[in-house]
Design a protein around this ligand. Sequence first.
Ligand code: ADP
Length: 341
Amino acid sequence: MEKKKETMPPGRQVVMSGIRPTGFLHLGNYFGAIQNYVKMQDDFECYFMVADLHSLTTHPDTKELKQNVLRVLAENIACGLDPEKAAFYCQSHVHETAELYLYLNMMAYKGELEKTTTFKDKVRQHPQNVNAGLLTYPVLQAADIVIHRAKYVPVGKDQEQHLEMARTFANRFNHRYGEVLPEPTAFNYNRQLIKVPSLDGTGKMSKSENPNATIYLADEDDVIRKKVMKTKTDAGPTQQNSVKPDYIDNIFGLMKLVSVNDVVAKFEDDYNACTIRYGDMKKQLAEDMVNFIAPIRNKVNDILNNEKYLKEVMEKGAAKANASANATMKLVRQAMGLNYY
Ligand code: ADP
């Protein structure tokens, strides 16, 4: 079969990422994803998506979907995402994604999909709803990304395996039909992908897991304080410069995200000298989190009051995303030999 070499159009590198509208956004979404969106939107051609179709794999009831979609839009904008700079759109508004998903499904094997960590987790969490959409979740995600021929995907560490699968599917497509789809890679400005731990020290903060162990961008000040003050600590180290237990390391990790360097350094010194007072450290962390989240929360509420504006954002985003998807799908169909006239 003749292989045609398609090159990327000249211009800025393409970036794509998405967040599911399955609940309130949290610090993990902010530091794993949105923070990078905001930094990237000036220098890259960005496509950021509300992954409403992905949410159907685990949340088939659509009664609250519209409200959740509007909230995710508002929360991203309140964090600094600028719909004038990036294409900010809903997944279900780009119909060609479903077509590419179908083609990529032929490049994905049952065995590898069943081995995906997130699939195995979801089977454990929803044993009564192990649908094919859940199994092929990484294929739909690959379609979302490669439909814009994106090179960089700002995501948290939990998405590393999915990104590797997206590369595999893109490579198989290119190998079979010709070079159309660039290999996407996970991206974080600090190079290392971020995992924001849950406050109870088990796993990551998540929209769908223990709400008391996750700090949401919508949390009121007192709720934030209560959650932080409840985190597990102990009597403190008894030997100087000792290794931190995971649950203490997590508290330092959270502090590094929201507190200034001097504050973190002070508590590091106290820890190493065995003089640390965890009560003081948590109070400081709680106040720094409140100061970080309160302005975002207030902005979200203002934006949510303006549904007309959010509709315009979605329309504008869909137009940009559809133009990019149409261009890729022309190349895809041509490479596959699906252009009969
Ligand atoms: P959730 O797991 O909370 O439902 P999504 O699956 O919608 O979140 O993921 C949206 C983005 O947020 C992804 O880029 C994901 O990597 C990132 N993300 C989610 N949770 C965390 C976390 N605890 N730490 C870092 N990044 C995270």
